[in-house]
Write a protein that binds this ligand. Structure first.
Ligand SMILES: *Cc1c(COP(=O)(O)O)cnc(C)c1O
Length: 386
């Protein structure tokens, strides 16, 4: 065997033994929350399409119109000829929604974090980061070659201790967190983190991938707290509640200008297809026209947590922590037999011993089905007595 194939095969064997080998499963999504897998239809609680906008008629019509008028691909990096005029409109709209001076759109959320972080800090600098922050925030942090100090999840005092210990030795410091945690659904204490960052002259960046469109009247997690939060770097994605694809950073004008010259994932990667940009603008129209609709996914999630007897959902994401990987896989299979797609999440995506079912809710989930699912989770997954 060629040494390359032998290497890949041996790696795959190791992964399979550790039950870490993953497989892609063909999944066709229909409008709403139905998906088809292996010829069977399921009600999905595993999509991040929180507002069902990926199939909204107005979003589809906007993409169609742009496709007919402008074609498919952007043709080049934004800095060459890929900066379609629709970009300016989308960036103005995102900045307005987020209450920021300016905005810069990237190819995806992953490309935003891996572009922005190394453009802001370098090897002499410090990054203080929540231990449960998303993988691509850690990826961007490593690419910056800054000193990375993780703090215990949502523990502002621990973050303070790390800043007090290390801040003085570094010219610049970034404080990084998810605004809504992707596998736990809880919110970061952004007002307190904002004050901490100001105290130590650190720059707070919050990843709002799961907040935009669904929290704070659609404006996101920065705007979902009782007191205002000072978050000078608000990043997020267009790939979840916005229903399409892409990422963004909302910040001050000089910071956004700097990104356009220095963020390598913007400079050296092709711009988004114009239909995707047009679709995002249509989704923002919907969010701005009906800010109360944004609260529906959280209300659906809270119906589920009340019925199961879990702490009140703070976002559309609800974890049902089972613990062991095998038991979690079995729970997911049992729910699939009942017609529910609830994908199991296991290490290394979550810490060892915390394998879980991760559920997400949308306006299209009927209450009656949420009730049926909650009864199954309560009795057959968590073993609570009826
Ligand atoms: C999904 C996600 C991303 C990545 O966004 P994409 O647009 O899918 O690349 C970044 N951060 C968090 C917290 C996420 O959940």
């Amino acid at each position: 065997m060629h040494s390359l194939d032998a290497y890949a095969s041996a790696k795959l064997d190791t992964l399979a033994r550790a039950r870490l080998k993953r497989d892609l499963i063909d999944t066709a999504r229909a409008p709403g929350v139905l998906v088809e897998r292996n010829g069977r239809s399921y009600l999905s609680f595993s999509c991040n399409d929180y507002l069902n906008f990926s199939h909204h008629p107005a979003v589809i019509a906007a993409a169609h119109a742009a496709l007919d008028r402008y074609g498919l691909g952007a043709g080049a990096s934004r800095l060459v000829t890929g900066n379609h005029p629709l970009y300016g409109e989308l960036e103005t709209r995102l900045a307005r929604l987020k209450g920021a001076e300016a905005c810069c759109v990237f190819g995806s959320g992953y490309l935003t974090n891996t572009g922005v972080i190394p453009a802001l800090v370098g090897p002499d600098d410090l990054i203080v980061i929540d231990e449960l922050a998303h993988a691509c925030i850690f990826a961007g942090s490593r690419m910056s070659r800054a000193t990375v100090a993780p703090f215990r999840h949502n523990d502002v005092d621990h973050a303070r201790t790390l800043l007090a210990e290390h801040r003085a030795a570094h010219p610049h410091a970034l404080l990084l967190t998810d605004g809504v945690f992707s596998m736990d659904g809880d919110l970061a204490p952004l007002p307190a983190l904002g004050r901490l960052a100001e105290e130590f002259d650190a720059w707070l960046m919050a990843d709002d991938a799961h907040g935009i469109g669904v929290l704070g009247h659609g404006r996101g997690s920065t705007h979902a707290h009782a007191e205002p939060a000072a978050v000078p770097l608000q990043m997020g994605t267009l790939s979840k509640a916005i229903g399409g694809y892409g990422g963004y950073l909302c910040a001050s004008r000089p910071v956004v200008e700097l990104m356009k010259s220095r963020a390598r994932t913007l400079v050296y990667s092709t711009g988004l297809p114009p239909p995707v940009v047009a679709a995002a603008i249509a989704a923002l129209d919907l969010i701005e026209a009906e800010p109360d609709y944004a609260a529906t996914p959280v209300k659906k999630a809270q119906l589920f947590t009340r019925l199961v007897g879990l702490p009140d959902a703070q976002s559309p994401i609800v974890p049902v922590v089972v613990g062991e990987t095998e038991a979690t896989l079995a729970a997911s299979r049992m729910l699939a037999e009942e017609g529910f797609l609830v994908v199991p999440i296991r290490p290394p995506t979550v810490p060892p011993g915390t394998a879980r079912l991760r559920l997400s809710f949308t306006p299209a989930h009927p209450d009656s089905e949420i009730e049926r699912l909650a009864a199954l989770v309560r009795h057959r997954v968590l073993g609570k007595v009826p």
